[in-house]
Design a protein around this ligand. Structure first.
Ligand SMILES: Cc1cc2nc3c(=O)[nH]c(=O)nc-3n(C[C@H](O)[C@H](O)[C@H](O)COP(=O)(O)O)c2cc1C
Length: 376
């Protein structure tokens, strides 16, 4: 590294240890591998790459890592890191991003106290769930029967290459560089700050949508971007009338209807940008029979989903977040009219886009074995 480029190591001698910030925790949570440093009783250091998950323990964040079955011929107590932890509980976990573009370098280091948690002990089952939610590979391993490592009393230090000296100076969220981490890190976000969204990020995301597979390569979708506050408000008001009717039809009480409408309205007001993906069937093949025509439409809708996923991942990689609201599906005419869209466009969803106001709920996923129903 040259003198003009700040190095990706602890360049600040006075860096003090402190509680991890939400952004640091999120950075750690979104990455898939960290390096765990331990030391033997005599002070000999050791570092191993580990899979880990972030959990809550006693109201504080904690890191858990499984002692999985990789070293089959070695009892747990003899594993170097276990021996070290039992002798000296002070450990450090470093999670980092490396890319050739050094402006995107970043790392977070968590120091803490490590201990072993045995099967059946408090927090063990939650840790196993968190690890399995993050790594489907654990579904096929008996980690519930084995002790795991839990690191508590976390203190953080961090560095990022984009000019911000640390994550305390909350700049652009730093997102992982590899595809697997981007795919598993993206979440539906429902609350945004009022920080404006750069136009080029939205353009890049819509361009990425354009690369989705589509029937006959016809790209049967278009996107309306709603940015002006008065247009967002008009859309919210127009849809609210339909929502009210539908919720009342469902037998929801007046108060519930009012609360749900207010929540939805807030989401549209709060997000700096709304993207409305629309189905556009005009370029597709026309068939004399209704079965093939319906299949053609289904293909277009499948393709719209693929396009939206490209868009969401591209936004996420750029440090932005988005949600997915299905409301326009239930009132396409109302949305078309509110936005002045052409009759050939059918609004299918509404994606609020912005910078997340808080870390979203992170739902786990079904294990891989549930998803693959046959393979022979
Ligand atoms: C077709 C579709 C419609 C959705 N509609 C809504 C919606 O109306 N409101 C909402 O809050 N989330 C909606 N979602 C988001 C899902 O609730 C969310 O993707 C799911 O719970 C998984 O969470 P994650 O995206 O954070 O991983 C929708 C997702 C899809 C794919």
């Amino acid at each position: 590294m040259t003198a003009t480029n700040a190095p990706p190591h602890d360049a600040h001698p006075k860096r003090r240890l402190r509680l991890p910030t939400p952004t640091e925790l999120r950075f750690v949570e979104e990455r898939r591998v960290g390096h765990l440093a331990t030391a033997s009783e005599s002070g000999a250091p050791a570092v191993v790459p580990v899979c880990y998950a972030l959990v809550e323990h006693g109201g504080e964040p904690a890191i858990v890592s499984a002692l999985d079955e990789k070293p089959k011929n070695m009892p747990d107590a003899e594993l170097g890191r276990v021996r070290h932890i039992l002798a000296r509980p002070e450990v450090a976990l470093v999670v980092d991003d490396y890319t050739e573009d050094w402006r995107r370098l970043a790392w977070v280091r968590l120091r803490g106290r490590a201990g072993l948690v045995s099967s059946g002990e408090e927090g063990h089952a939650e840790a196993v769930s968190a690890l399995r939610a993050k790594y489907p590979q654990y579904a096929g391993m008996a980690i519930e029967a084995r002790p795991l490592i839990r690191i508590t009393h976390l203190a953080a230090a961090s560095w990022r290459g984009d000019g911000a000296t640390s994550f305390e100076a909350e700049g652009e969220p730093v997102r992982p560089g590899d595809l697997a981490s981007l795919v598993s890190g993206r979440r539906s976000v429902r609350a945004f700050t009022d920080r404006p969204v750069p136009r080029n990020f939205v353009e890049q995301a819509i361009a990425a949508a354009g690369w989705a597979p589509s029937p006959h390569g016809r790209q049967p979708w278009r996107f309306a971007v709603v940015e002006a506050a008065n247009r967002r408000a008009a859309l919210a008001e127009a849809m609210a009338a339909t929502w009210r009717e539908q919720l009342t039809l469902d037998g929801q009480g007046e108060e519930i209807v009012r609360i749900r409408l207010e929540k939805s309205r807030q989401r549209l007001h709060q997000a700096p940008i709304l993207i409305v993906p629309c189905l556009y069937l005009a370029d597709l093949d026309v068939y004399p029979d209704s079965d093939r025509q319906a299949a053609e439409t289904t293909m277009a809708i499948q393709s719209l989903g693929a396009a939206i996923q490209n868009l969401l991942l591209t936004l996420y990689a750029a440090g932005l977040d988005a949600g997915w609201m299905c409301a326009p599906l239930f009132c396409p005419d109302v949305v078309r009219e509110a936005l002045g869209l052409a009759p050939a466009l059918t609004p299918h969803a509404l994606l609020p886009v912005g910078y997340a106001a808080k870390d979203p709920v992170r739902r786990g996923r079904r294990p891989l074995e549930d998803l693959i129903v046959s393979w022979e």
